[in-house]
Design a binder for this molecule. Structure first.
Ligand code: SAH
Length: 266
């Protein structure tokens, strides 16, 4: 993660929030995602017990929140300001979907603001005009309007996701498998399952293609591939034993065992 956290350089501005509980829930969402700059335009009491209750451990964000008389003064120091709307056709052409906004989200340092409207009526046209862009979170059900704190949560999550690698689990000590390793596994898999009788000659190409797609989608690490090689190697040995006991059939077991050099090291 870089030096500055994108959520931390994003100010959340709530215009006339009328429910203290919502303000508290917004503070909590900010606390979850690493944002701290909460600005309130003519709000209900942000220190109402219900607000504090909903904020849980993000109470400090509520206490540090600044209050303004109008939107213009609340955003005066910000470099870029984006408005949000629940309405699909609000100011038509200026509304873009959240994923589109993320494509142009400023990742260089600098103060950015996200403005959220009143629970009852959203933002006025005049307020929308103060924003350089309007964003809508796409919805898929009959209800297009999100709860204020849900809208904040989803937006901050997307902003922070720009910065968080999706596969956090992969450390440099466990690099992704290269093509060679995956092809080696597929060859080994093919040989092993041929012997089990699972792979019938007429289906061979199709089934191996499906396995190949499967491993491509899995994006496996080198270690994971070695683990699978170990599994197939063990299966080979067992099958070899079975064959030895039941018949004199010879197999190319030795080849595949040689191919899986690292098997027993994991
Ligand atoms: N009845 C209001 C709904 C306001 S909901 C109206 O018609 O505008 C309160 C605020 O939550 C909105 O002003 C907006 O800031 C945010 N919000 C709610 N749903 C949203 C959505 N789908 N996309 C983006 N913001 C949304």
């Amino acid at each position: 993660m870089g030096d500055h956290i994108l959520s931390a350089s994003t100010a959340i501005i709530l215009v006339e929030p009328s429910h203290p509980g919502n303000i508290g829930a917004v503070a909590r969402a900010m606390g979850n995602m690493g944002a701290t700059d909460l600005r309130l335009v003519n709000p209900a009491n942000p220190l109402h017990p219900e607000a504090i209750d909903r904020a849980t451990r993000a109470e400090s964000i509520l206490r540090q929140a600044r209050t303004f008389e109008n939107l213009e003064t609340a955003i005066a120091d910000l470099e870029r300001v984006y408005g949000t709307t629940a309405r699909e056709r609000a100011r038509h052409d200026r509304v873009i979907a959240l994923p589109e906004l993320m494509e142009e989200w400023p990742t260089e340092s600098g103060k950015v603001g996200l403005v959220f409207g009143r629970e009852s009526s959203g933002l006025t046209n005049q307020e929308l005009d103060l924003c350089s862009r309007l964003m809508r979170i796409p919805t898929f059900g009959k209800v297009s309007s999100l709860n204020l704190s849900h809208a904040v949560m989803v937006s901050l999550y997307e902003i922070q996701r720009l910065q968080t690698p999706i596969r956090q689990d992969i450390k440099s000590s466990d690099p992704l498998a290269d093509v060679d390793a995956i092809q080696g596994l597929l060859r080994h898999l093919k040989e092993s399952i041929q012997r089990t009788g699972f792979l019938r000659p007429h289906q061979e190409t199709e089934i191996m293609e499906r396995f190949s797609n499967f491993f491509a989608k899995a994006n496996p690490t080198a270690l994971e591939i070695r683990m699978w090689r170990g599994v197939f190697h063990r299966m080979d040995l067992k099958l070899e034993g079975l064959h030895e006991n039941s018949s004199s059939e010879t197999t190319s077991m030795v080849d595949s065992a040689q191919e899986s050099q690292a098997d027993d090291q994991i």
